[in-house]
Design a protein around this ligand. Structure first.
Ligand code: URA
Length: 193
């Protein structure tokens, strides 16, 4: 599939990219992290989350005891949108089958959605990050965990403690299979679906 993504011309982003960025990490992993779209550095290097936001993400993962190289990291769209604008709906739609195939192949225990774009694309609902971050959601047999995008922490340092706390919840989820216990999860489900 990597090869297919690298040669993809299904949407206009193919015209302006340097290269597509399919994703990196082991197929045999418990955790998939999904961001928004490649930025400038990612477009140049062909790897997701290698710019400033990526460095913060890597640091926060490591601080919570999650090694970056054990995680499969990808994005909602695999090509950089011009000027780092948000990917349009038709671009997200064109790219979505790749994401689904990646998740089907990997079958991770937890899928972390970092930022509003992956969360709204995959959960198909309006997301308020202020109340949704740090929460698990079950959907179609998959467990999702909503997190702030690391770029948000670069712009607003006040978010960093919450982001770090969420990383620790994520680690617990990976280790124990539950972040809150069944009661809280049920409550989350009924509130958002
Ligand atoms: N932001 C993202 O959402 N993804 C990347 O790969 C890099 C920055």
């Amino acid at each position: 599939m990597q090869k297919e993504i690298l040669g993809c011309t299904k949407c206009r982003l193919a015209e302006s990219r340097t290269q597509a960025v399919p994703g990196v990490g082991p197929q045999n992993t418990q955790l998939v992290i999904i961001g928004e779209a490649p930025g400038r550095q990612e477009d140049l290097q062909g790897e997701p989350f290698v710019g400033a936001a990526g460095q913060l993400l890597t640091k926060m993962l490591e601080n919570a005891g999650i090694k970056r190289e054990t995680v499969f990291i990808t994005n909602t769209v695999k090509c950089r949108p011009p000027e780092n604008r948000q990917p349009f709906a038709d671009e997200r739609e064109a790219c979505y089958p790749y994401l689904l195939r990646q998740l089907d192949l990997i079958q991770p225990k937890v899928i972390a959605l970092v930022g509003r774009v992956p969360a709204e694309t995959i959960l198909e609902t309006t997301i308020r990050m202020g109340t949704m971050h740090g929460k698990t959601m079950e959907r179609l047999g998959r467990t999702y965990f909503v997190m702030f995008h690391p770029a948000a922490g670069l712009y607003n340092q006040n978010l960093v403690p919450d982001m770090e706390a969420d990383m620790h919840v994520l680690k617990r989820l990976l280790d124990e299979g539950t972040a809150f216990g069944p009661e809280k999860s049920q409550q989350d489900l009924s509130r958002f679906f």
